[in-house]
Design a protein. Structure first.
Length: 198
């Protein structure tokens, strides 16, 4: 009987040790996976921002939907401009911009990225097909209409499948600090193309 009690106590000790270890490692594992997914989402948001900036340079507005942006990435072209001195200017203070050719947007922005597919830019990585929320608009600053855009994804979407209570705690912490509970780039209320991770 004494031997059985000793074995039972040993099993209880092992179980308690595992529970203590697991309670310590649970937030560590959450943080590691959160950081991994955050890096993937940030990379995608940077891709979107790069395309939006080039789109705006050519269209004086940001793309308001992913269909337009994907089409631009796949088929748009960026002019290659050469600056030459104005031959009629004897002071050499003026110059002329001469377009010498065009480069495809996809080659210019994403040529170093292996297996880059423009169609995937709308999808949140590791989220089973969830899409980013994207909007574009104009705001007025000093009586001038300024184009703005915003692309965002809530924590509950890109961290789906992780410990829900830890995600809710993260949301609460961000909202307490008046931050968006997720990742986003751009803003619809100010002329900014910054990401909230920067």
């Amino acid at each position: 009987m004494k031997r059985v009690i000793q074995i039972l106590l040993a099993l209880v000790i092992v179980a308690l040790a595992y529970l203590v270890y697991d309670s310590i490692m649970k937030p560590v594992r959450f943080e590691q996976e959160k950081n991994f997914r955050t890096d993937l989402v940030v990379e995608r948001l940077r891709d979107i921002r790069s395309a939006q900036i080039v789109y705006k340079a050519q269209n004086q507005a940001f793309a308001g939907d992913f269909d337009t942006l994907v089409e631009f990435i796949k088929n748009g072209e960026i002019p290659v401009v050469k600056m030459i001195p104005d031959p009629t200017d004897t002071t050499f203070s003026r110059s002329i911009l001469d377009t010498i050719g065009y480069v495809p947007v996809i080659d210019s922005l994403y040529k170093k990225r292996l297996n880059f597919k423009a169609e995937n830019i709308r999808f949140v990585p590791k989220s089973d097909g969830a899409q980013f929320e994207m909007q574009a608009d104009f705001i007025e600053r000093s009586n001038v209409k300024v184009p703005v855009f915003e692309v965002k994804v809530p924590n509950l979407v890109f961290l789906k499948g992780l410990d829900e209570q830890m995600i809710l705690n993260l949301n609460d912490k961000q909202e307490t600090n008046n931050l968006y509970p997720g990742l986003k780039v751009g803003s619809l209320i100010e002329a900014s193309t910054d990401g909230n991770w920067e």
